[in-house]
Write a protein that binds this ligand. Structure first.
Ligand code: RBF
Length: 171
């Protein structure tokens, strides 16, 4: 599940593209990607909570862009959002990825969100898949198919059978 902000939407859309490239490389089917938007980064944690509690997704990527302005909003929002996202993951047992750029300038955002190398969305997509598989292996009973679990590091330790079966997902 991807939850994106409408603040700084131009940059956020580039991050979402990076996320989708990574998901596609991990063979996540497009039909299995749920995408929605919220006004700004401050709204990401509660939206993630609603989505996690729906039980319909294996992992959630909260994505947005915070850019420092002249007031203290940046500090308050960054702090609340990072802690909020961590709490939703821990409380709902659904991996929630912190896909929020917290930048001092727009140039810093561009360097981290432009399509191609350096797009942080790509890393977040891979992280979401790895964490979804970790949850499935640790807790079982998610929407991830059991055969995919062989891709996790834990499985590697237990039953080293076929190299192909135990290939880990890295970025
Ligand atoms: N939301 C963002 O996602 N990124 C921003 O850079 C951002 N800057 C903001 C700056 C100010 C001064 C305010 C008032 C809001 C900002 N927001 C930003 C919106 C915020 O995350 C939230 O949507 C609103 O505060 C409503 O709860």
């Amino acid at each position: 599940g991807i939850i994106k902000t409408r603040w700084n939407d131009k940059h956020v859309d580039n991050l979402v593209s990076g996320i989708k490239t990574a998901l596609s490389e991990c063979k996540v089917q497009e039909d299995n990607i749920f995408e929605t938007s919220v006004p700004g980064a401050f709204e990401l944690p509660i939206a993630a909570q609603f989505l996690a509690l729906s039980g319909t997704v294996d992992a959630i990527i909260c994505t947005g862009v915070l850019i420092k302005g002249d007031t203290m909003h940046f500090e308050y929002i960054s702090d609340a959002v990072s802690k909020g996202i961590m709490n939703i993951g821990l409380n709902t047992r659904t991996p929630v990825i912190f896909g929020v750029l917290t930048c001092l300038t727009e140039a810093q955002v561009v360097a981290r969100s432009t399509p191609g190398d350096g797009n942080h969305g790509y890393d977040w997509g891979k992280t979401a898949v790895e964490m979804a598989l970790l949850r499935a292996e640790a807790l079982g009973g998610t929407t991830v198919q059991a055969k995919v679990l062989k891709g996790m590091g834990f499985a590697e330790e237990k039953g080293k059978k076929d190299k192909k079966d135990t290939e880990k997902i890295f970025f």
